[in-house]
Write a protein that binds this ligand. Structure first.
Ligand code: GLU
Length: 433
C-alpha cells in the first residue's frame, strides 16, 4: 500500500499535490492501493475544514484513492507502542522541563555545536522515575538513540547513512500523551503495511528516525523511500506560502485547469519525449527512478503554455461559465487568445461593460449610429465597405473604435472573426457602449 499523508494545517501546496500525484501514478503502475492519511495529531496547527478541502482537491485532479484515515483515530495504538518501547527498555521517561532543554539548546548554540539531548534521564532507576511520576512531575517519552548508524537506499537520492549522534534520543510521546510527528507517522506506516513512501525531501532527515522506531519495535519489513526534490520559485528560493502560485487553490482560482497543473507538476524537472499529456497517460511512461535529483524551478510561463494546450480540449465553454450558448463562438475566440480560464472570463465580462476609453469616443459614436441605423450584412467585407464609405473613417480611427464597440478592447482578436460570430447580437452589445 502507498500513502499520501497531508497535514490539514493550510492551503494545499503544489509540492504536496506533486507528492499526491506521484503516489497515485506509482500505486497504479505497481497495482497497489493508495491510502490517504490525514495527519491531524497537532491539534494547535489543524485548521477546521482543510481535510475536506484536501480531499476535494484530490477529486478535482482525478486522484483516486482506496481509503481515508485520520491519524488521531490511532492515538491509543501510538500510546500502546510507546509503552511497549518503555517496557522493553528501548525508550525512557524524561522529566527534563522545556526550560531545561532550552537552556541546553542555547548553550549548544553559543558553543557552536549542534544541540543533542544530554541523556540526563536515560539512566534514572525505575524507582526514581516512579517517585517523580507519583509527585506528578510532567514527563515525555524519548526513544533511545540507535547503537549503530541507520542506512537506507533512497530511490531518488541514493544511499543515505545517519549516525546515532544525529538521530539522538528524541521525543516520541509528548507530556499530554500525544505522539510526535515521527512517532505517529512511523507507527502508521507500519500498521497500514506501507511498502513505499513517496514524499518531499524536507522529510529526508526524519526517515532514519522513523526506521529506528520500527526497528526498535521489532518490525523488520522494509519500507522503501523516494524523497522528491523541492520546488524553487522563480528567484531560485524554496517556494513558500508567500509565493501565490504555490497554492493549488490560487492556481485553480486563476483559471488554470487541473489537467494542466498535473501535467506541469509531472513534467517539472523531468524530460520526456512529449510535453503535453494527461495524468492517466503519464501512468504509461512515468518512471520515478529517473526523476531528476536537482531542485526544480517553477515557471509560470511554462504552466500557461500547457494550460493553453489543455484548454483546446474544452468544447463547451458556455456551459462551463454558465452563460447563454449564443456566446459560445465568441468564447472560443477568446480561448485562442488566453492562457487561463480566468483570462477568457475577464475578456468576456468586459464585452458587457460600458467603454471608458476617451481616445475614440467620437469615432465610437459615429460608428454606433451607422451600425444601429442599417441592417447588418452577412458578409464582413460588405459591412466594412459600407461603414467606411458612410462614416469616412479609416485605418486606426476605424478599426480601433470598431473593435471597442465589439469587445470593448482596442487590440485583440480579428474584427472579421468577431463580426462573424457576433453579428446576430451586435446591435444589443453596441447599445451598452
Ligand atoms: N504530514 C506530512 C506533511 O504534510 C507528511 C508526512 C509524510 O509524508 O511522511 O508534510
Amino acid at each position: 500500500m502507498l500513502r499520501f499523508a497531508p497535514s490539514p494545517t493550510g492551503d494545499m501546496h503544489i509540492g504536496n499535490l506533486r507528492v499526491a500525484i506521484f503516489n497515485y501514478i506509482v500505486a497504479r503502475q505497481i497495482g497497489e492501493k493508495l491510502l490517504i492519511r490525514i495527519e491531524d495529531t497537532d491539534k494547535e496547527r489543524n485548521i477546521e475544514g482543510k481535510d475536506k478541502e484536501i480531499l476535494k482537491i484530490l477529486d478535482i485532479f482525478g486522484i483516486k484513492y482506496d481509503q481515508v484515515v485520520y491519524q488521531s483515530a490511532n492515538l491509543h495504538i501510538h500510546q500502546e507502542m510507546a509503552k511497549k518501547l518503555l517496557d522493553s527498555k528501548k525508550a525512557f521517561v524524561c522529566f527534563c522541563s522545556e526550560d531545561d532543554i532550552s537552556i541546553e539548546r542555547e548553550k549548544a548554540k553559543l558553543e557552536k555545536r549542534p544541540y543533542r539531548y544530554s541523556g540526563k534521564c536515560e539512566y534514572l532507576t525505575q524507582k526514581e522515575a516512579e517517585k517523580k511520576i507519583k509527585e506528578k512531575k510532567p514527563f515525555v517519552i524519548r526513544i533511545k538513540k540507535p547503537e549503530k548508524p541507520i542506512k537506507f537506499n533512497d530511490i531518488i537520492k541514493g544511499e543515505k547513512i545517519f549516525e546515532p549522534f544525529d538521530i539522538d534520543s528524541f521525543v516520541i510521546l509528548r507530556a499530554d500523551l500525544t505522539p510526535t510527528y515521527n512517532f505517529a507517522c512511523s507507527i502508521d506506516d507500519m500498521i497500514y503495511d506501507i511498502t513505499l513512501v513517496i514524499r518531499g525531501e524536507d522529510h529526508l532527515s526524519n526517515t532514519p528516525k522513523q526506521i529506528h522506531i520500527r526497528k526498535s519495535l521489532g518490525y523488520d519489513k522494509e519500507i522503501k523511500y523516494a524523497h522528491l526534490p523541492i520546488i524553487l520559485n522563480e528567484e531560485g528560493k524554496k517556494m513558500s506560502k508567500r509565493d501565490k502560485a504555490s497554492s493549488v487553490k490560487w492556481l485553480l482560482e486563476e483559471g488554470f485547469l487541473p489537467e494542466a497543473i498535473a501535467n506541469y507538476l509531472i513534467l517539472l524537472g523531468n524530460s520526456f519525449e512529449r510535453e503535453v499529456f494527461t495524468l492517466e497517460e503519464a501512468i504509461e511512461f512515468f518512471d520515478i527512478t529517473k526523476i531528476s535529483r536537482a531542485p526544480a524551478k517553477f515557471d509560470i510561463e511554462k504552466l500557461k503554455f500547457l494550460n493553453k494546450e489543455h484548454m483546446k480540449n474544452i468544447n463547451n465553454l458556455a456551459k462551463r461559465f454558465n452563460v447563454n450558448f449564443i456566446y459560445e463562438e465568441l468564447l472560443q475566440i477568446f480561448k485562442n487568445e488566453s492562457s487561463t480560464l480566468k483570462e477568457i472570463k475577464e475578456k468576456f465580462d468586459k464585452v458587457f461593460e460600458k467603454s471608458e476609453d476617451e481616445e475614440f469616443k467620437n469615432e465610437r459614436e459615429i460608428l454606433k449610429k451607422e451600425i444601429l441605423a442599417n441592417e447588418l450584412e452577412e458578409n464582413y467585407d460588405e459591412f466594412k465597405k459600407r461603414i467606411q464609405k458612410n462614416t469616412g473613417l479609416k485605418g486606426k480611427k476605424l478599426f480601433m473604435p470598431l473593435r471597442e464597440l465589439l469587445i470593448n478592447e482596442k487590440h485583440g482578436a480579428e474584427i472579421k472573426d468577431l463580426y462573424k460570430v457576433m453579428r446576430t447580437y451586435l446591435k444589443e452589445i453596441i447599445k451598452i457602449r
